[in-house]
Design a protein around this ligand. Structure first.
Ligand code: ABU
Length: 354
């Protein structure tokens, strides 16, 4: 699980606009480099502690990064200068595939050094037998981003259904180009030996190819498209609920017939997630954090205790919702899946889609 202490408001550069909802752009312009308001950090830290307690009560071993004072995080590379880091979402930074932990190259400058926060934790896993890999870090130089990408298209937030088909990612046009491989780990979702990925504002085709070639024939990568005007991270769009069931976001329907066929042929049920209850339009995420669930096993799913419609859906499916008060973490853009990384699970590695 991640930690939130020390989060700093990132500068609102052109590329950061894919992360931040338009009505917060002025806040980010005014407060770049400053700590986020203390009451927000305190609330999110408490939500994370709630989650840790609930997971431990369910018998999950939870490890968290050592506390590090990142309050002073200005940095400069030969290609850019920035401040970092702005959330607790380890899911974006590290991909766990089998016994391998892969540091994602990331795509946004404030996240360049985010892996450092997890370094000693990853080293401890390495010492206990995990394979530890870092994907080639991209430079995050200006040549990687499309500076002609219009602000008004960057302002179409993830899953806004009113966006016409001929703009932005809906027309195959992204803010990141293909100059260097980049990806955030949260654009990949694992189904045993099959991994579904979306080309997003922070994951490009070269990044996907890097992972595909790196993992080799043991895993199959499936590229998928969803109707989203600003895709960033797949874990509020296509979310496994255990063997045979996947949740789909009604605001971001799947546009890949091959993927739908693959799931249907294997007998998987594709279930529309209910609307979330939180009225807020979070500054760093869509309102679909309600479906950003943490599945513990075939029966138990961790879900925010306020998300009544989702809780009802899980019960109707015969699953056991494990409730946690996590809503105060949403402001930093991360739900239960984002803030966690399941590193070790019982069971066998399966192929579901032969
Ligand atoms: N980090 C997950 C956010 C995805 C979304 O905004 O829907």
């Amino acid at each position: 699980m991640g930690t939130i202490e020390g989060v700093t408001v990132p500068p609102l550069t052109h590329e950061m606009k894919v992360m931040v909802r338009r009505n917060y752009w002025d806040f980010y312009r005014e407060h770049a480099g400053e700590p986020y308001p203390e009451h927000l950090v305190r609330g999110a830290a408490k939500a994370l502690d709630n989650l840790q307690r609930v997971l431990e009560d369910e018998g999950v071993t939870v490890t968290r990064p050592d506390p590090v004072d990142y309050a002073q995080t200005e940095f400069r590379t030969p290609h850019f200068e920035s401040t970092g880091f702005f959330n607790a979402d380890i899911r974006d930074v590290v991909l766990a595939v089998g016994d391998e932990l892969i540091e994602a190259p990331m795509a946004l400058p404030p996240r360049y050094f985010e892996h450092v926060k997890y370094h000693s934790l990853l080293q401890r896993y390495f010492e206990r037998g995990a394979r530890w890999t870092a994907a080639p870090k991209c430079s995050m130089g200006q040549h990687m981003y499309d500076y002609d990408y219009p602000d008004e298209h960057l302002a179409f937030f993830r899953g806004d259904p009113n966006v016409p088909d001929d703009v932005g990612p809906l027309a195959g046009h992204y803010m990141t180009n293909e100059a260097e491989p980049c990806f955030d780990a949260a654009d990949f979702v694992r189904f045993g030996r099959d991994i579904v990925v979306q080309r997003s504002q922070v994951t490009n085709e070269l990044g996907i190819k890097w992972l595909e070639r790196h993992l080799g024939s043991e895993y199959r990568i499936h590229r998928a498209r969803f109707r989203s005007s600003g895709p960033v991270h797949i874990d509020t769009t296509w979310v496994p609920l255990g063997e045979g069931r996947v949740l789909t976001c009604p605001a971001r329907p799947c546009l890949s017939p091959d993927l739908l066929d693959m799931f249907k042929r294997a007998g998987w049920e594709i279930i529309e997630a209910p609307e979330g209850v939180a009225p807020a339009e979070f500054q760093l995420s869509s309102r679909w954090l309600s479906m950003n669930l943490l599945v513990l096993d075939e029966e138990r799913v961790v879900v925010d205790q306020h998300e009544e419609p989702t809780i009802r859906m899980l019960k109707n499916l015969g699953m056991k919702p494990v409730l946690v008060d996590f809503k105060d973490h949403y402001v930093f853009g991360g739900g239960l899946h984002c803030a966690t990384l399941d590193v070790r699970r019982r069971g066998e590695l399966k192929s579901y889609f032969d």
